[in-house]
Design a protein around this ligand. Structure first.
Ligand code: ATR
Length: 270
């Protein structure tokens, strides 16, 4: 029996146990994936205790523990380093490696939806943890440019300062540019039924809009983009399954099929 869990607070809403059980079934693997919800200051002791079990392969880490997880690990993968956050622990020879699969999950989902990334002009909305994870992954996917829009402009600037090494992709803070190919909402605004303060003309017919949030109905951001003319609107459920698939791969060396799990999850949401 293999074990893993997701650390979060709150964590009751997490779909990760369902997703990983489905993945494990695909390979006939016995995998017990649980939820752990320690108090904020008890994260380290909870992680120590869980990871001490020899059956445990690792864990996922979600809000609000991703920065603590970054500090906790013995070693960081390049992805975790660049994202500044850890969402996956992998146990290797009694050492804990911190990785980050969020960015890959996003890219996989965009590609699954046939979104062309190479050479794309991207508007990234937000400058928190979610945007931080997305930015290096977009650069690796060879987009032409990323403009960052954030309510607090200084945070957008800080995000770019930390990534100044990335050669070919043009990175800048959004001013009043237009003609984007892809607009990604990396804020949690849709959870409050709000939309970012941006002009409607950016949501052209040929623009793809992606909201990292998912709900049991189209999110406020996607509804707004559609009303303003945008034809392709995608929510973050596929990214959730995609990042889980990448974590599963890190633990078992096997890449699960995302599609059937996504279909089941979408059905269960309705
Ligand atoms: P996460 O790790 O989920 O990205 P975060 O670090 O708190 O969470 O970042 C949340 C993002 O949503 C930020 O970009 C934040 O903008 P600020 O940097 O200006 O705070 C954005 N956000 C949250 N609530 C918002 C609101 N009401 N209006 C505009 N932006 C908001």
């Amino acid at each position: 029996l293999y074990k893993a869990c997701v650390f979060g607070n709150p964590v009751s809403q997490s779909k990760s146990p369902f997703i990983h059980e489905e993945f494990a079934k695909q390979f006939d693997i016995k995998f017990a994936y649980s939820k752990a919800s320690p108090e904020i200051e008890a994260f380290t002791s909870a992680a120590n205790e869980f990871l001490a079990d020899p059956d445990v392969l690792g864990a996922n880490i979600t809000v609000p523990f991703k920065e603590q997880a970054y500090q906790y690990v013995d070693e960081l993968s390049p992805h975790a380093q660049r994202a500044g956050a850890v969402n996956t622990f992998v146990k290797r020879d009694e050492r804990i490696i911190g990785d980050n699969t969020d960015g890959i999950g996003l890219i996989q989902d965009l590609l699954r939806n046939k979104v062309k990334l190479k050479g794309a002009r991207v508007l990234l909305i937000g400058a928190g943890g979610a945007a931080k994870g997305a930015l290096p992954a977009l650069i690796d996917a060879q987009v032409a440019s990323v403009h960052i829009y954030n309510r607090t402009v200084e945070r957008a600037r800080d995000l770019l300062l930390n990534l100044s090494e990335d050669g070919d992709c043009q990175l800048s803070v959004y001013e009043d540019e237009e003609n984007f190919d892809l607009i990604i909402n990396a804020t949690s605004l849709s959870l409050q039924e709000k939309v970012p303060s941006l002009p409607d003309f950016i949501y052209g017919e040929s623009v793809v809009c992606y909201d990292m949030v998912y709900l049991n109905k189209p999110t406020s951001f996607l509804r707004h983009a559609k009303k303003a003319g945008c034809k392709v609107c995608i929510d973050g459920l596929g990214m959730l399954v995609g990042q889980a698939a990448q974590s599963f791969y890190l633990w078992f060396g096997k890449m699960p099929d995302v599609e059937p799990v996504l279909v089941k999850l979408r059905k269960a949401l309705q």
